[in-house]
Design a protein around this ligand. Structure first.
Ligand code: SAM
Length: 217
């Protein structure tokens, strides 16, 4: 973690992009933790910045997570930080009318995501961010995990059309030889035809499989 938190972005299509997850839950559970670590690492590797915004001062984030390169935390909301350049901020919103496209790289520097648990059926908690008046873009009709939504946004902003990205919808995760569970989300498909997930997520899914997936991600 750096002490810098969110930085004011430079503007323009060639500027460094910032991926912001606005933390909207009271705690930071193990699923969110794995997702945030992955988002920080992948964003940094791609030459972009990551920040967890609206993090409560007493948010319990493990030291191992704070030590991840590129893991920035800001206690302010994205709305406060970018109040004077709201037009450069794009909210990734499952209810937006327009899909994200590569040309959006020219118009936006900051991409904001809801740091909330996925739910089935979706409860539209992204509406908390929609109220703030940012321009919204959709990533297709199916709910993604937060790390998938950031991954897909980055791929599009780097030039790939949404329709060119290989997806896996509602993959089955094998728990043991008798049992499997269906994940109610869309993922990016890797070269081995498997869903791209944070390191450690499969083990966590297996561990939590007894609880059901109403409110886990
Ligand atoms: N069910 C959730 C809700 O209540 O809105 C969706 C939560 S999703 C796990 C977390 C975040 O990923 C969303 O707030 C949104 O920013 C982004 N996201 C996920 N799927 C998306 C999609 N199809 N289009 C745009 N954004 C998406």
């Amino acid at each position: 973690m750096t002490a810098l938190g969110l930085q004011q972005p430079a503007t323009g299509g060639g500027s460094m992009k910032t991926y912001v997850v606005e933390h909207l839950d009271p705690e930071c559970g193990p699923w969110s933790t794995l997702e945030y670590i992955t988002i920080a690492k992948e964003s940094t590797d791609a030459g972009a910045a990551f920040c967890l915004s609206s993090a409560p001062l007493d948010l319990d984030i493990p030291d191992s997570v704070k030590a991840v390169r590129g893991f920035n935390i800001d206690h302010r909301s994205v709305e406060d930080v970018y109040h004077d350049r709201k037009d450069r901020v794009c909210l990734l919103d499952p209810a937006a009318k327009e899909e994200l496209k590569p040309a959006d790289a020219e118009d936006f520097d900051v991409f904001v995501f809801g740091g909330i648990l996925g739910d089935d059926p979706p409860r539209d908690r992204t509406s908390e961010l929609r109220k703030k008046g940012f321009t919204g873009r959709r990533l297709g009709p199916i709910q993604m995990t937060t790390d998938t939504a950031v991954r897909v946004t980055r791929m599009v902003i780097q030039g790939k059309a949404l329709t060119e990205i290989p997806y896996l919808d509602y993959p089955e995760i094998r728990i043991d030889e008798h049992e499997s569970t269906e994940m109610p989300f869309r993922y990016v498909k890797d070269a081995d035809q498997r869903p791209v997930m944070p390191e450690g997520m499969i083990d966590l899914i297996k561990k939590d499989s007894e609880k059901g997936f109403g409110e886990l991600l």
